[in-house]
Write a protein of this length. Sequence first.
Lengths: 158, 49, 555
Amino acid sequence: MHMHKFEKIWLTFGISALVVFLTVVGVSAFYLGNKPPSCLTTINVDKVDQTKPFDKPGLHKVEGKDWDYELVYVAQAFSYNPLKVEVPVGAKVKVIATTKDVVHGFEVAGTNINMMLEPGYVSEYTTTFDKTGEYLIVCNEYCGAGHHLMSSMIEVVK
Amino acid sequence: MAKAELKTNQKTEIEDSSSLKGTLASVFLLGAFIVVTWVSVYYLFVERF
Amino acid sequence: MANSTAAKVKVDPRDAKLSMAHFFVAFSALALGGLMGLLQTLVRSGKWELPWGIDYYQILTVHGVLMGLVLTTFFIMGFQYAAVSRTTGGHSNAARRTGWIGFWIMLVGTLMAATMVLLKEASVLYTFYAPLKAHWIFYLGLTFVIVGSWIDGAAQIMTYAKWRKNNPGQPSPLLSFMAVINTVMWIIATLGVAATVLFQLLPWSLGLVDTVDVLVSRTLFWYFGHPLVYFWLLPAYMCWYAIIPKIIGGKIFSDSLARLSFILFLLFSIPVGFHHQLTEPGIDPAWKFLQVILTFMVIIPSLMTAFSLFATFERYGRSKGATGLFGWFKVLPWGDARFTVPFIGMASFIPAGAGGIINASNQMDQVIHNTIWVTGHFHLTAATSVVLTFFGISYWLVPHLTGRKLTKAMNKLGIIQAWVWFIGMVFMSGAMHFEGLLGGPRRSAFSTYGGAKQAAEWIPYQIAQAVGGTILFIGIILVIIIFINLAFFAPKGEEEFPVAVAENLEEKAPMVFENWKLWLGIAAALILFAYTIPFIDIIQNAPPGSKGFQTWSKW
């Protein structure tokens, strides 16, 4: 089986580009803390409201952790609790969320905060809210009749 | 006589019917498109929180 | 004995009938599914509401199921069945009977599932994610479609196996080899979705069990869901590699490398489902990244294909006297719809594939996951590259099978249709990509999200999508006109089924490519490697399961 010299050149370049892409995202993920949201904590979907931290949704200042705040959301068809929250700019926040029923999305538009909420699982993502503004949270996974009516708001303030 | 023939048959760039220069150029244009779009979205990821 | 397994230039009329049966279903699905798509874009423009109590998520389910499962599976099986018949000399009576049985089971399953959706018993979208719980007849219908497809595909495998037995030591005809690779890949892939439907969703929807493990179900679905898109893509590659060169008057650049690319697809299309689950909880990020690496491996056969296709065109163009770096481009037969329509599909695969690489890049997925960028992406890959190629195939295949000719008028209309489609897609898919980058979610009816500023920015893009969708619907009408004409009204005659020949006839493909034990063994090893440990983890760490929900609107 013969391969033309130019095809060898092309594939060398192409595969090298793919290796570079993988290295960049791999280093960023495993050494710079940018792994995609992959929390392994489980929860009983029928007892969400009684299980910490979901018994107290909203923004909470924390001490002695790598992050400054925990922002806890409980999702259900078709709302997020809390409906609205103010976050101080520059705060390092661990967003923690779960669902009480079906699979929902949790997407903070214009940010990298984008995770699936699945019944029986806790979803987490830690990031520093470094730009002021109004950020809409939308459900981006179909969950029923009110899917497009499901949203919340984060205001990042000085 | 041989020399005259050689002159008319040679150009500085020999392009015969089996050349794949256009193919190489085309796939590298495709490669450039892939790299530019990938880097642009990577930039978005880095810029956003 | 006469070699009854030599290629015949005309598909046996009995095989033609079965292929055409598939195409009637496929094009019906296209027509109805296309109407649904138009209505969706009109709703999302904010300027129109669905009448008569029809629900957006109901028509979204119809659109996805018809376009992504019915149009595709029926067209592909019909095309591959015809291609195997043409290149092996014809199917045996047993294979043909098997094909018909498969076809009818698939059709019955489709009607069962479709009825449930129309009754608002299954507004669960074509991914039917648990714990949304549809009516059990919906899941049973899907089971019939899957099992029917196995039987339908078995016909191709039976005929291939018979050809191999009658031609020892010979590489099988390229189109037949490729069809069988695709069918085998489909069977391995559908084991996953069959497992979740049969062992989880059916018993659960029948009330035999109370709860379902959601993450297991999703993981089994996406084990299937990624190779599904390669099941769609590979028949387009079959056309580009093994038919287009004949249409333009050229040769296959490398028969062996074409086969190698298909083997690489068989190996690397399946152990990669996690790249559809990158933002899900419950899956270890190390295993996610491993499957990202495997995903990048499956890019390689497409890079090879790009080179082969450009090389085929350049070789042909230069043989016609074209010079310069791109002179060959001008001498391609642009007036021939059988070439031009698939070519537009090929060209569209450049932005399509680039978007796919971005989607698969681990944490970069967070920029666009479940935004309407993803919808824009698959309207380029499946709804342009693959579907335009399928249209281009049908322009010669339908008249070939029905004993008619592709007329000059239909040829011209076919080219116009492809440009209409392309322009519509630029508007629609283009707007979807940009709206997605701004955060606009997918799978969503019209909403102003409580007056949020960011949501207001999305609406102009949705208007552009409605413009694109309307243009695309005109394209649907045009292609249906062509299909009906070529099936029933075009003048009788002989339309060629073009089969390309390799440039280098001395270079026979290595027989190791037909060593199924080897390739299936490696494919199985890769799947086990990529999935065993994380799947066991998912099962062992599973939370209590979920009861069913019907959160969609009912009649």
